[in-house]
Design a protein around this ligand. Structure first.
Ligand SMILES: *Cc1c(COP(=O)(O)O)cnc(C)c1O
Length: 297
C-alpha cells in the first residue's frame, strides 16, 4: 500500500474577495494530500497511539466508530502500514450493504464487530477483545497521544509560522488541543464545532491541555444542523469553493470550517492585517456517502 507522503503537503493561498477586501491574508494547509485513505489529521492523531502499541508489543488495535468514520478508515489503513492487526467496533447493527468506508476498512484487513447503539454509547468492548494483546484507541482518537500527534500538524506549515490565527474543524477537539500545544504565544487557535450545541467541547479541549489557555476559542454557530448534516447551501458552497480554488472539501468537517472562515472575515472578526491559516484536515472519503453527482469533484 502507498506510504504516507508528508512532502505532498502544501500551503495554498486563498484569494476570495471576502478575505482580500477585509485585509485578511488566508491560506490553507493541505493535509488532505498525504494519502488517499489515511486522510489528513487522522494520521497525525494516530501516530503516537500506534507507536505506543508497538512499544508495548501489542498485537492488535481496537477502536470505535460509525459507518462513515474517517477514524475507522484511517486506523485500518495505518494498521496495514504498520502491520498490526485491527478491529473496528462499529455503532449499530450490521447493515445488508456496508458503507464504502467499512468496505474499504474490511478490505484493508480490519475485522468489523457491530454493536447496538445502546451498548456502543458506553464505549463497550466485547469480552473476547479485552485481552492484554489488544491496544485500545479511544473513539475519534481523543486523548493525550492524539493531541501530541496533532501538534505536529502546525510544524507542517511554512517554517516561519507567522500566522496570527489558526482555524480548524473540531469534532472531539483533539486536533484543536494539539494545535494549541504547538501554537506560539501570540497565535490564536479557533475551532469550528461540527456538532450541534456541543458545549462540552471547550472542557474536552481544556482536558488535553496542561493549564488553562486563553489562546483557543470554539465557535458553535457553523454546524449546519449537526454532525454530518448537510444542506443545499453547504453543497453549493463546496462546489463554488472548488471552482475557485481547485481544493476539494468534505461536507462533515472542512466545508463548515471554510464557510465559517469566509463568513467571519466578512464580519470583520479578524482584525485587518491578520494572516489566517485554515487546516485542511482531509476526510474526503466521506463524500462518497452523498448521492452521485451532488459534488462537481
Ligand atoms: C476527525 C476529523 C476532524 C476532527 O478532529 P478532532 O480531533 O476529533 O476534533 C476534522 N476534520 C476531519 C476531516 C476529520 O476527519
Amino acid at each position: 500500500m502507498q506510504d504516507i507522503n508528508l512532502n505532498a503537503i502544501t500551503t495554498d493561498r486563498l484569494t476570495h474577495a471576502c478575505f482580500t477586501e477585509n485585509a485578511v491574508e488566508a491560506s490553507m494547509l493541505r493535509l488532505d494530500k498525504i494519502h488517499p485513505l489515511i486522510s489528513g489529521n487522522k494520521w497525525f492523531k494516530l501516530r503516537y497511539y500506534l507507536e505506543e502499541a508497538k512499544q508495548q508489543h501489542k498485537k492488535k488495535i481496537v477502536t470505535f466508530g460509525g459507518a462513515w468514520s474517517n477514524h475507522i478508515m484511517a486506523t485500518a489503513a495505518a494498521c496495514r502500514l504498520h502491520q498490526l492487526e485491527c478491529t473496528g467496533i462499529i455503532r449499530g447493527e450490521k447493515p445488508p450493504v456496508l458503507s464504502q468506508t467499512l468496505q474499504q476498512a474490511a478490505s484493508l484487513g480490519m475485522q468489523l464487530v457491530f454493536i447496538s447503539r445502546e451498548k456502543f454509547s458506553d464505549s463497550y468492548i466485547p469480552d473476547e477483545l479485552k485481552t492484554d494483546n489488544n491496544y485500545i484507541i479511544p473513539q475519534g482518537g481523543y486523548g493525550e497521544p492524539g493531541a501530541k500527534g496533532a501538534a505536529g500538524i502546525l510544524r507542517m506549515a511554512d517554517k516561519k509560522n507567522t500566522h496570527t490565527h489558526v482555524c480548524c474543524a473540531a469534532g472531539t477537539g483533539t486536533m484543536l488541543a494539539g494545535l494549541v500545544h504547538a501554537a506560539s504565544p501570540e497565535q490564536k487557535v479557533i475551532g469550528i464545532s461540527v456538532l450541534k450545541n456541543n458545549y462540552q467541547l471547550e472542557k474536552d479541549v481544556a482536558g488535553l491541555l496542561k493549564e488553562p489557555d486563553q489562546r483557543f476559542s470554539v465557535l458553535h454557530d457553523y454546524h449546519f444542523g449537526g454532525y454530518a448534516k448537510c444542506s443545499t447551501t453547504l453543497i453549493q458552497f463546496m462546489n463554488g469553493w472548488y471552482r475557485q480554488t481547485n481544493i476539494p472539501l468534505d461536507f462533515v468537517y472542512t466545508a463548515k470550517l471554510c464557510f465559517a472562515a469566509m463568513d467571519l472575515a466578512g464580519k470583520k472578526y479578524f482584525p485587518g492585517g491578520s494572516r489566517i491559516l485554515l487546516i485542511h484536515s482531509g476526510g474526503l472519503t466521506g463524500n462518497a456517502s452523498l448521492k452521485k453527482g451532488t459534488l462537481i469533484f
